[in-house]
Design a protein around this ligand. Structure first.
Ligand code: KIV
Length: 269
């Protein structure tokens, strides 16, 4: 028996069964050490393509390569035991056709050991979601503000401010749910629309900037830890680690410069 097979992780059906029940807790994580901490509290962990911006200083998520997602996905799977691990499919790896999407999703699952993938898009991705789920790839959908389409959307804008646009978002949610998605991220969406969609579909909605009306919540870990200079307005900062890291680095630099840096004999515990 392998070590991994002794690990009892949350499963896709368990997450799906939480619809309307206990709120689903989730966060992003990109590396083994933070994932090990998050794993104690999260029902699922998303290796989001936001890592391109957060970890690698990119302007948007559009440039994130598949290999980077696989590398970070492997690290998060290695660092965790309990949470379901979901890995984002990056831009350009699934939109062309269901077959291309399957090839890349299968690569992500085989190489990382994750339990599901996430992709952006509503009704236009329904055929692909059905193709993947029928072939053993669990899919989390993502609608509303979809950062990979930010060039088309004209930036990162809250969705649903205009009530006339609601039917389109509702149709997106229904289409991905009917196609077999096990959960759906609602990003940057006004509260009444998120609440309406949450009532209309029978899979859990996971909100990010989409109100407490959703079945669960996700935040980007580095945002809620205060590590990013800029965070979206809706993010509550639970831990202000940026200044704490800066203080530690500056203390270290001072000690090195002043030759007060401790030798091993002063540090041994
Ligand atoms: O890439 C990401 O981190 C995400 C979350 C914002 C949901 O998709």
């Amino acid at each position: 028996m392998s070590v991994q097979s002794k690990i009892r992780r949350n499963t896709v059906p368990q997450i799906a069964a939480r619809k309307g029940g206990d709120p689903i807790v989730s966060l992003t994580s990109y590396h083994a050490h933070t994932a090990a901490i998050v794993d104690k509290y999260a029902d699922f962990i998303l290796v989001g393509d936001s890592l391109g911006m957060v970890m690698h200083g990119m302007e948007s998520t559009v440039g994130v390569p598949l290999e980077l997602m696989i590398m970070h996905g492997k690290a998060v799977v290695r660092g965790t035991q309990k949470a379901l691990i979901v890995v984002d499919m990056p831009f350009g790896t699934y939109e062309e056709s269901p077959a291309v999407a399957f090839r890349n999703a299968a690569r992500i699952m085989k190489e990382t050991g994750c339990g599901a993938v996430k992709l952006e898009g509503g009704a236009r991705m329904a055929e692909t979601i059905r193709f993947l789920t029928e072939r053993g790839v669990p899919v989390m959908a993502h609608i509303g503000l979809t950062p990979q389409s930010s060039h088309v959307m004209g930036g990162f804008k809250t969705q649903g401010r205009d009530e006339d646009s609601w039917p389109l978002h509702e149709a997106d949610a229904k289409a991905v749910a009917e196609a077999g998605a096990f959960a759906i991220v609602l990003e940057g969406m006004v509260e009444p629309l998120a609440a309406k969609i949450t009532k209309q579909i029978d899979i859990p909605t996971i909100g990010i900037g989409a109100s407490a009306e959703c079945d669960g919540q996700i935040l980007v870990l580095e945002d809620m830890l205060g590590l990013n200079e800029w965070t979206p307005k809706f993010v509550k900062v639970y831990g202000n680690l940026g200044p704490a890291i800066e203080q530690a680095v500056s203390d270290y630099a001072e000690e090195v410069k002043n030759r007060t840096f401790p030798g091993p004999e002063q540090v041994y515990k």
